[in-house]
Design a binder for this molecule. Structure first.
Ligand SMILES: CC(C)=CCC/C(C)=C/CC/C(C)=C/CC/C(C)=C/COC[C@H](O)COP(=O)(O)O
Ligand SMILES: CC(C)=CCC/C(C)=C/CC/C(C)=C/CC/C(C)=C/COP(=O)(O)OP(=O)(O)O
Ligand SMILES: [Mg+2]
Length: 280
C-alpha cells in the first residue's frame, strides 16, 4: 500500500466516515453538507493517525517497525507536514459547512495533536481522549443531519467500547510503552485491574445497548444483528479476564474492532428510514 495512504490507517478513517453515513441513514438526510462532513472526518482522522505515528516513531520502532516512518518509507518531517496539511484542509472544509462543525474539527485536531504528543502516555486520560473523539464522530454527523440526541446515544456507546479497546491495546503495547517511560493503566495498575476495567466497559455497553430499541431509536431488526456483536464483546470480555497476555490482548483488540463493525451493520439494519426505502 502507498505509505501516504497507509499512514492514514484508512480502515480507521473509513470506520469514522461510516459513523457519519450511519447518521445520514438514521436521519434520512443525504445532503452535500453530510458528504463534506464525511470528507472532514476522513481527513482529520487520517491526520490524527499520521501525527500519532510521527510522535510514536520511537515506540513504533519497537512495537510496530513495519509502519511507514520506522520502516523509512516516509521521513519524519514528511509525516509532520503531511499530517498538518490534512488537518488544515479538514478544518477549512468544516468551517465552510458551518461554524459549529468548524470549531469541533479545530478542537478535535488540537486534542489529537495534544494526545499524540503528551496525553497518550498518561494513565487513563489518553484512553478518555481517544474514546471521546471516537464518540464525537457520531455527534459530528448528528450535527450535520440535525439529529443530535440520537448521535449522542450512539457516541456514548462508541465511547464505552473504545475505552475498552484502548485499555486492551495498552495491555498489548506495554513493553514498548515502558521503554518510553509511559504511565498507561497496565503499567501503573497491572494487567489484572486493566482487564477488569476493559471487561466492565464491554459488559456495560453490551448489556445496555438493546435500550436503543426500547427507546424507539431503532426497529426490531436492530436486535438480531446487535446480538451477534454482543456475543463477540462478551466473549472478548471473558477472554481478556482469563488471559491478559500481550498475544491475547492483540487478538481481543482485533475482535472488539470486528464487533464494532457488526454494530455498525446493526445500526444501519435497525434504521427505520432504510426499511422505508425498501418497503416503498
Ligand atoms: C455495544 C455497542 C452499541 C457498541 C458500539 C461500538 C461502536 C459502534 C464503536 C464505533 C467506534 C468508531 C466510530 C470507530 C471509528 C474509528 C476508530 C477505529 C477509532 C478509534 O481508533 C483509535 C485506535 O487506537 C486506533 O488503533 P488501531 O485500530 O489499532 O489502528
Ligand atoms: C470529530 C472529528 C472532526 C473527528 C473525529 C476523529 C476520530 C474518529 C478520532 C478517533 C480517534 C482516532 C482515530 C485518533 C487517531 C490517533 C490514534 C491512532 C490514536 C491511537 O494511537 P496509539 O494509542 O498510539 O495506538 P497505536 O498503537 O494504534 O498507534
Ligand atoms: Mg501509536
Amino acid at each position: 500500500m502507498n505509505p501516504y495512504l497507509e499512514i492514514l490507517r484508512p480502515g480507521n478513517a473509513v470506520m469514522a466516515v461510516i459513523a457519519i453515513f450511519l447518521m445520514a441513514i438514521i436521519s434520512g438526510k443525504f445532503t452535500f453538507e453530510v458528504l463534506m462532513a464525511a470528507v472532514v472526518v476522513f481527513l482529520v482522522t487520517g491526520a490524527g493517525n499520521s501525527i500519532n505515528d510521527y510522535f510514536d516513531h520511537k515506540i513504533d520502532a519497537i512495537n510496530k517497525p513495519q509502519r511507514p516512518i520506522p520502516s523509512g518509507r516516509i521521513s519524519l518531517k514528511g509525516a509532520l507536514v503531511y499530517s498538518i496539511s490534512l488537518f488544515a484542509v479538514g478544518i477549512i472544509i468544516a468551517f465552510a459547512i458551518n461554524l459549529l462543525l468548524g470549531i469541533i474539527a479545530l478542537s478535535s485536531s488540537l486534542l489529537m495533536i495534544y494526545y499524540a504528543r503528551d496525553l497518550k502516555t498518561k494513565c487513563l486520560i489518553g484512553n478518555l481522549s481517544i474514546s471521546f473523539l471516537t464518540g464525537l464522530c457520531f455527534v459530528f454527523g448528528g450535527i450535520a443531519v440535525e439529529q443530535i440526541a440520537v448521535s449522542i446515544y450512539l457516541g456514548f456507546y462508541a465511547f464505552l467500547m473504545t475505552m475498552a479497546r484502548e485499555i486492551v491495546k495498552d495491555m498489548e503495547d506495554q513493553e514498548g510503552d515502558k521503554e518510553e517511560g509511559a504511565t498507561t493503566l497496565p503499567i501503573v495498575y497491572g494487567n489484572r485491574i486493566s482487564s477488569l476495567l476493559a471487561a466492565l466497559f464491554m459488559i456495560i455497553a453490551s448489556v445496555t445497548s438493546p435500550i436503543l430499541y426500547f427507546m424507539g431509536v431503532f426497529s426490531v431488526f436492530y436486535l438480531p444483528v446487535l446480538f451477534l456483536a454482543i456475543v463477540i464483546f462478551l466473549y472478548s470480555a471473558m477472554s481478556i479476564l482469563k488471559d491478559q497476555s500481550m498475544e491475547n490482548s492483540g487478538k481481543i483488540s482485533k475482535r472488539i474492532k470486528l464487533g464494532m463493525a457488526i454494530t455498525f451493520v446493526a445500526f444501519a439494519v435497525g434504521s427505520p428510514f432504510l426499511w422505508s426505502l425498501l418497503v416503498k
